[in-house]
Ligand binder design. Sequence first.
Ligand SMILES: NC(=O)c1ccc[n+]([C@@H]2O[C@H](COP(=O)([O-])OP(=O)(O)OC[C@H]3O[C@@H](n4cnc5c(N)ncnc54)[C@H](OP(=O)(O)O)[C@@H]3O)[C@@H](O)[C@H]2O)c1
Length: 296
Amino acid sequence: MARKILIQLDGDPQPSTFDSVVAVDAGADVLLRHGNVTPDAAVPLVHGAMFTRGGDDLASTAIFVGGSDVAAAEAVFDRVRKTFFGPVRVSVLLDPAGANTTASAAVVAAGRHLPLGEPAAVATLRAVVLGGTGPVGQRVARLLARKGVTVTVASRSLSRAEQVCERIASAVPGSRLEPATADSAIIAGTPFAIALAEADLIVAAGAAGATLLGTAGRKMAGRARVLIDLNAVPPAGIEGIAATDKAQQEGSAVVYGALGVGGTKMKIHRAAIQQLFASNDAILDAEELLAIGESL
Ligand SMILES: NC(=O)c1ccc[n+]([C@@H]2O[C@H](COP(=O)([O-])OP(=O)(O)OC[C@H]3O[C@@H](n4cnc5c(N)ncnc54)[C@H](OP(=O)(O)O)[C@@H]3O)[C@@H](O)[C@H]2O)c1
């Protein structure tokens, strides 16, 4: 069998060593690491993957698209897919800045406690995604919306939240999304306060070291059965949640911190790399990574 070659297409000047180490641990034999990759620059690199091996051996070449600029990585991912034709293709995984694996792991964690797989029950569920405009938050919101959850996308800027809701709604027809301004001093009766009070699930996907929900906000979110904070850098994104919390019972809620979700994220990442080499036509974005996470 041909050796497993993973081609890293990274938008940053130096391709991510994190992604390289995970790839080797997941079974890649050879890494071809490219930095500063733009959509145009990706095309000849993809041709090199397409036109070298043939038949079953094509499945032993795969592409990982990463980098810290998520929008730039998405543009590369789109171009990579458009470069393929017919059966002449290799499998591709998109996980810039760990956004897809992290968002999938958060939804897997939520699904351990909420009936995300039951259409009738899920239709009654409501979630608030704090920091919902960032790469991770947008994907958490998209994955939950696709499940049928009503999702409030919270941001410090209503227009940014509205843009995210519009983008997800066009990708997920029939989804229920509501934008809200996340005020630091939460005022009773605002859409944000109402969304917190009605939420079954709260996911904090704010920037590292930013607190998005303090004690008063947590009190307001009294109905929430699951709270997940993806920020690992002190202070916590949700006050009172430790980064190491993993399915920690706090009153009527279960809480997870970033490290509590991180183990699942790593498992999804490794399993996704392995899945790349199972065929030559896998396209792994957030939805496919969630399916992998749910099957672990
Ligand atoms: N566990 C893991 O393996 C893992 C992997 C990747 C990321 N993460 C963590 O996941 C979280 C989300 O990552 P990301 O890359 O999506 O984050 P990000 O882009 O840095 O920030 C997400 C959102 O947070 C809001 N924000 C920024 N600064 C803020 C502040 N000072 N106060 C309140 N809100 C602020 C912004 O929304 P608005 O401006 O619209 O309000 C921004 O869009 C981060 O904490 C990151 O460290 C964890």
